[in-house]
Design a protein around this ligand. Structure first.
Ligand code: TXA
Ligand code: MG
Length: 322
């Protein structure tokens, strides 16, 4: 059920759970300080109880009230990247009203989202929003209101429709626990070079999780997968079934091969526009699941070393390793 900003804030004050649009992916949101509301998020998503939730704030000023301290460079990062698709892992002032959202951790991941409708909603409420991505645990994230409705529509108190998410992939998560190092825990649209540029006048080093996000907090759990079995191939000759399959890939790769038998081709977009590929990715997985084919194949390719290329590779790695 689609709801207005006014309805959304009323539901949140009553401890309800709604889907919210953000510039990355849709979130499943509740009052981050309301234990019962947080419990509902875990139930709705079927999320493992030890997997903490990102907390969303209208501004960094508001987030500060909850923090024990933060390294000085965080202000520089916030000034450049927030509101926007970046999240920061920081120490919490304990005891914390956010304890249910962080599952008792002494650290919290904060984000200041950049979406006009969401920022309007957040102006109307006096608490932060805990919001994991709006999908059943293990599945790819929703990037449109329709995707949320199809997955969780009958379990939640409404969807605030803000159109298709601009980036289409989850935020870059930065570990800001150290004073002299920023570690990228989950790659996203903002990458290492962007962060290095932002901190160019400091001595802070920027590192990337060496295992490419596999050890990101919470990533011991399966992520981002479609229901349809998905395996990667290098050429069309690796396709082992005759009929009722789908092939996913970049437009250029789909054009390289010919496929026989009853099949569907799903193009993620062109290699010349990886931002578009990123914003299409989950919606195309949704499309794939609606086809109900027996098997899907992804034509493997190198997405390169740009921030968005690395973020796409990371999500595909999770999808394909399942
Ligand atoms: O773009 C995004 O970040 C979206 C939108 C809705 O904001 N949210 C999102 O949330 O992707 P989620 O829950 O799907 O992914 C957050 C990741 C999880 O792997 C979780 O384990 C980790 O961040 N996380 C959250 N809070 C944490 C904490 N306090 N300590 C360690 N890891 C945490
Ligand atoms: Mg998620």
């Amino acid at each position: 059920m689609k709801i207005s900003i006014e309805e959304a804030s009323k539901i949140l004050y009553k401890g309800g759970v709604i889907a919210i649009p953000t510039e990355t992916v849709y979130g499943l949101a509740a009052d981050a300080t309301n234990e019962k509301a947080i419990a509902k998020i875990f139930q709705i998503k079927n999320r493992p109880a030890d997997n903490p939730l990102i907390c969303h704030f209208h501004s960094f000023e508001e987030a500060k009230r909850f923090l024990l301290h933060y390294p000085k460079y965080v202000e520089q990062l916030v000034n450049l990247f927030s509101p926007g698709p970046v999240s920061y892992l920081l120490p919490l002032k304990m005891p914390s009203p956010l304890h249910a959202a962080t599952r008792g951790s002494s650290h919290v991941i904060i984000r200041i989202p950049m979406h006009e409708i969401l920022l309007k909603l957040m102006k109307n409420i006096s608490f932060p929003l805990a919001a994991p991505s709006a999908n059943t645990s293990g599945k790819f994230s929703a990037t449109t209101a329709e995707m949320v409705e199809a997955d969780l529509g009958n379990k939640i108190d409404g969807v605030l429709d803000g159109g298709a998410s601009k980036f289409g992939l989850e935020s870059t998560i930065l570990d800001c626990r150290k004073n002299d190092e920023v570690k990228i825990l989950r790659p996203g649209a903002i990458g290492k070079e962007d962060i290095e540029w932002c901190l160019r006048n400091t001595t802070v080093t920027v590192t990337e999780e060496s295992s490419f996000g596999i050890t990101t907090p919470g990533s011991k759990y399966k992520h981002y997968s479609p229901v349809t079995p998905l395996t990667s191939i290098h050429t069309s000759s690796e396709i082992s079934i005759q009929n009722n399959f789908a092939v996913i890939g970049l437009a250029e790769d789909l054009n390289k091969f010919s496929f026989t038998g009853k099949h569907k081709l799903i193009s993620l977009g062109s290699e010349n526009n990886l931002h578009e590929v990123a914003s299409n990715l989950y919606r195309k997985m949704f499309e794939l699941d609606s086809l109900h084919v027996e098997q899907a194949y992804f034509i493997k390719r190198d997405f390169g070393n740009s921030a968005i290329g690395k973020a796409i590779s990371n999500r595909l790695l999770h999808m394909l390793s399942s």
